[in-house]
Every structure is written in C-alpha cells, then in structure tokens.
Design a protein around this ligand. Structure first.
Ligand code: SF4
Length: 333
C-alpha cells in the first residue's frame, strides 16, 4: 500500500474500533496527520487519561505510553513502536539509587531532598521517585513543580535531565550542580542537584549556532527548548516547552524571523512563518521517527483481529508508586 492507501485504511480502522490515536508533536508528518489528538507530553497524558475509549494508541516514545497506563491502569494502551527516548534510557532504578548513595556519602540524606523526575523517564524510575515522596514534572510545569517542592525547605534531586534542572535553577536564581561533573562542595551548596542525563537531540544546539544566525539575520529572535544546554538557553530570547514554543512563535508578527532550537519535525510544521532551524544539522529525534504509518496500521489491525500486539504493560507495584508521583504533578498543573 502507498501512503495514501495506508492512511485511508487507518481512517477506516479508527472509525470501526473504539480507539483513540494520539501523537506527540515530534512524530513524522504522515503519522501526525492520523492522530485524533496531538500535543506535548503533558497535554497528551491529560487527554489520554481522560479519554473514554477503551483502547488508546500512542504514537510517541515508550515512557509516554507507560505514563498513560499508570494514570489509567484499566485502559488498554498500545504503541506502534515503543521506542526508547535516549534521555529516559540514561537512568534506571539502579543508577537512581547509586546517585542517592553518592548524595548520602556527601552528607545529604533522603530527608534532606525531594526527588523530581522529568516525565522522560521509565515508570520504574517514576515509582522510585514516588516512594521517596517526590514528583514528576514536564518541561511545561518544571518551574511550578520545583517551586512547590521547595516549600518543604529541602534540596531538589532532579533526574534525569541536568539541562532542564539547571535552566530552571538559573531562571529561579538558585544554585545548581551536576553529580559526576561538579565538585563535591558545589553539590553540597546547590539547591538543585541534577543527575547527569541529557537529550541527545537538543545537545546538538551550540552557542555558535546562535551567533551565526544573529550575525546573518540581524533582529532575528532565538527560541529554545529547556532541554538545550544552559549556555544556549542563557543566550536565547525565549525558552519554553514544546507547546510554549508553538504559542510564542504563533503570536509573533509574520515578518518577525525566529530561529528555533528544538526537534525538526515540529519546527518544520511551523515554517509558514519565516522560521529558521537552529543548527547546521536537521535535529530530528531518531526514536520519535521510528514510528511509521505501517506500524500504526499493524497495531490497529491487531486490535481489529483481537491479537492485541504492541500493548504496554506495567506491573501493579510500579503503577502504585509511579501514580503517586504523577498524581502529585497533576494536582499542581
Ligand atoms: Fe527523548 Fe530528546 Fe527525543 Fe525528546 S527529543 S524523545 S528527550 S531523545
């Protein structure tokens, strides 16, 4: 089947099944067009957990489907490709515990910090955070969640993205440090202590890219995602989550040039407004791009045939504690 035929078959399957298809903004266009709802991780987690259909097909990366399963364990969640976000892959429960031990060796005990995990982590890591009284956050609400956690007058142990943790810390005028990168005394002094993880896609943006665009297009604005390096965000005119970036760009006058530092598929859809891509390479997320139309078709077809392929399962204990951390975030945001 060619693309058009596949898309028509997918539409037919969707209309005959009690299914909702959602797609993250970073999905390829032909997959993105098939979604009933699209959004960033927070928007999709909210939409998907409230949706009434018994079957949900999530086009995104594995932690996103897991999050919906945790928020609504009765729902049957399927992922055409449960691809693993490279950042989420940088931490598991063992690494989380090893870092907690490093903090303890520095005299920072579990009573001295609140753990916060970026939503880009496995359900198991979210559960470990939930068991220690912590929160999940997204790039849209990270500042709000950190602010709330700081009410307890403790340090924050932020995993896995050190860039997001450090960018929020700078924005709030707080001292941050990264385990494994900074000196022990810096870690002891920091209010936000970060795990040393990062997004391999957003790492592609460099200060020299910003210098290049500013020199070439005087008056251009620079908008970046907080998964970019702290030195890149510090040079930007605007820093925001995926949905915040979209709003920022859509609200600009048409003649205003803006260079955007985030994933290519999403930025490419905004191009009607003189938008330039920041970076000399095309910053596509390889794991988001793993989901193809044929994967989506096969998943829907397996639901129709009652074979139920590519279903997401999370064990009960993980659901219990990961839900605690996710619910704490949902209450605040
Ligand atoms: Fe993960 Fe980065 Fe891809 Fe987002 S862009 S899914 S953080 S690898």
């Amino acid at each position: 089947m060619n693309t058009k035929e596949l898309q028509n078959e997918i539409k037919r399957l969707k209309s005959s099944l009690d299914v909702t298809v959602v797609a993250h903004f970073y999905q390829k266009d032909e997959v993105f067009e098939m979604a009933d709802f699209s959004g960033d991780s927070l928007q999709l987690a909210k939409i998907a957990s409230k949706d009434k259909n018994p079957y949900l097909v999530f086009c995104g990366v594995a932690f996103m489907g897991e999050s919906v399963k945790v928020l609504d364990p009765k729902k049957r969640v399927f992922m055409p490709k449960a691809a693993c976000c490279s950042m989420a892959k940088m931490i598991d429960v063992d690494f989380f515990n090893k870092n907690v031990k490093i903090l303890e060796e520095l005299g920072i005990t579990k009573d001295d910090f609140i753990p916060i995990t970026y939503i880009n982590s496995s359900a198991a890591v979210k559960a470990a955070v939930g068991e220690l009284g912590g929160y999940v956050c997204t790039s849209s609400n990270a500042k709000k969640i950190i602010k709330k956690a700081l009410d307890e007058d403790k340090k924050i142990f932020f995993v896995p993205d050190h860039c997001l943790g450090q960018n929020v810390a700078r924005d709030m005028g707080l001292k941050s440090a990264v385990i494994g990168k900074d000196e022990p005394n810096d870690i002891k002094d920091a209010k936000i202590i970060c795990y040393n993880g990062f997004c391999s896609v957003h790492q592609l943006f460099e200060p020299k890219d910003i210098e290049f665009y500013r020199k070439k297009y005087p008056g251009i604005l620079v908008a970046t995602h907080p998964e970019c390096k702290p030195e890149v965000c510090e040079m930007s005119d605007f820093v925001g989550s995926t949905s915040q970036l979209i709003k920022y760009i859509k609200d600009l006058p048409l003649e205003q040039k803006v260079v955007v530092g985030t994933e290519f598929n999403m930025v490419n859809r905004l191009r009607e407004k003189n938008t330039y891509i920041l970076s000399s390479t095309k910053p596509e997320c390889p794991t988001m791009n793993e989901t193809t139309l044929i994967d989506l078709y096969n998943t829907l077809k397996s639901i129709e045939n009652k074979e139920y392929k590519n279903e997401i399962f999370v064990d009960d204990n993980t659901i219990k504690w990961a839900k605690v951390a996710l619910d704490r975030m949902m209450e605040i945001s």
